[in-house]
Design a binder for this molecule. Structure first.
Ligand code: UD1
Ligand code: UDP
Length: 383
């Protein structure tokens, strides 16, 4: 008889939760092989709980560590000590972490110190520039030095790992689990007419009435931003760019669910609250956000996950960063890097709004990040 393996899945932030939900659900289908428990560090609180609620996921351990305007020392130290206690009490055979957050890096360190095996979901992404994204490039490189099993989303990430000397037998190319979750959300929205009504009511409650887009009117530009390396001048530039877009293009609605980080909230609300075609919203639940991605004309963001989701929905993305660890959609034309220079952001946005040929080239639907079965491949490899 096969001994059931104890797997502890650890995550802490909104995007990790979105991307680990399908893995947890898939592991739970195989109780003959795995016992799975979920530990959230709650590096995020409200934004994490939004995801847990949508997918009805109840953590077995909750470190509840978030503090207002926390710094990297706070998170690293609290995760390291908190996870130590969870590992001591649960004694898993394997810890699964995701991506490049401080939760993932510090959890990997804790598991390493206790000689517990580690699997890294979304392994092998690289910019090879430790200053961008900061501190994520360090987090993902450290996690990949410590882990035992690598679930690389693409061939590019597999190649990065091989070039770093990782044993090819430990690497599994699975696609990105974000596509599993996205397809689940798209399906839920398509097959439940009440959801669209509920989403419209929710948006309306936040002061935004979603209008049907026509050729020249009410084009919706969806915006998100939160990167630490852009705090200060970078965010002032992004806000200036959005203000200029709003003024130069009165026909567009700019809809911006603002990240709860005070370093984002302060400049964004100070500089953009008084523009009549800029709508500043709280962070949205996953389904309303996916619905807005489906309805929008283009996306301006610095998010990793959105760079992966938008090409599947055929939406052009302008990435407000200088480099990306996700080159696949840049290579196939769906994503362009515009940095945080206000003139560049405005000129590329205007080009997409005014040049339909350019828009059509970028909005061809493509999906370099997986077929929606990444969690299945990950669990198969683990089994
Ligand atoms: C974190 C991750 C980043 C990831 C991002 C996703 C690190 C270092 N950063 O950055 O890689 O891309 O999450 O969004 O791991 N806050 C709340 N409620 C929430 C969430 C955040 O109030 O639900 C506020 C708090 O004041 C908190 C602050 O935002 O202290 C910063 O949160 P933190 O997780 O440290 O950084 P993020 O910028 O969210
Ligand atoms: N997202 C969401 N609500 C929002 C904004 C984003 O559910 O208001 C989702 C989005 O679809 C994507 C993820 O959150 O799956 C991206 O998270 P974030 O940008 O915070 O982190 P990153 O991906 O950059 O690490």
């Amino acid at each position: 008889m096969v001994k059931v393996k104890k797997i502890l899945v650890v995550f802490g932030t909104r995007p990790e939760a979105i991307k680990m939900v399908p893995v947890v659900k898939e592991l739970e289908k195989h109780t003959d092989v795995f016992e799975v428990k979920v530990c959230v560090t709650a590096q995020h609180r409200e934004m994490l709980d939004q995801v847990l609620a949508v997918f009805n996921l109840k953590p077995d351990f909750d470190l509840n560590l978030m503090a207002e305007n926390q710094d990297l020392f706070d998170i690293t130290a609290k995760v390291l000590l908190g996870i130590r206690d969870v590992l001591k009490s649960y004694k898993p055979d394997l810890v699964l972490v995701h991506g490049d957050t401080t939760t993932s890096m510090a959890t990997s360190m804790a598991a390493f110190y206790m000689h517990i095996r580690i699997g890294h979901v979304e392994a092998g992404l690289r910019t090879y520039d430790l200053s961008s994204p900061w501190p994520e490039e360090m987090n993902r490189q450290v996690t990949d030095r410590l882990c035992d099993y690598y679930f690389a989303p693409t061939e590019t990430s597999r190649k990065n790992l091989i070039d770093e000397g990782i044993n090819i037998n430990k690497i599994f190319v699975t696609g990105n689990t974000v596509i599993d979750t996205l397809l689940m959300a798209v399906d839920l929205i398509a097959n439940n007419k009440d959801i669209k009504h509920t989403i419209n009511e929710l948006l309306s409650g936040f002061g935004y009435n979603l209008k049907e887009s026509t050729e020249n009117a009410h084009k919706l530009i969806l915006v998100t931003g939160h990167r630490r390396e852009s705090f200060g001048q970078g965010f002032l530039n992004i806000c200036l760019a959005l203000k200029n877009i709003a003024e130069n293009h009165p026909e567009v609605d700019i809809v911006y669910p603002v990240h709860l980080n005070p370093n984002v909230q302060k400049p964004v609300f100070k500089l953009l609250a008084n523009n009549s075609n800029v709508f500043l919203l709280p962070p949205l639940d996953y389904l309303p956000f996916v619905y807005l991605m489906q309805k929008c004309y283009l996306i301006l963001t610095d998010s990793g996950g959105i760079q992966e989701e938008a090409p599947s929905l055929g939406k052009p993305v302008l990435v407000m960063r200088e480099v990306t660890e996700r080159p696949e959609a840049v290579d196939n034309g769906a994503v362009k890097l515009v940095g945080t220079n206000p003139e560049k952001i405005l000129s590329m946005t205007s080009k997409l709004l005014d040049d339909s040929k350019f828009y059509d080239q970028m909005s061809r639907s493509s999906n370099p990040y997986g077929d929606g079965k990444a969690a299945y491949y990950i669990v198969k490899a683990l089994a």
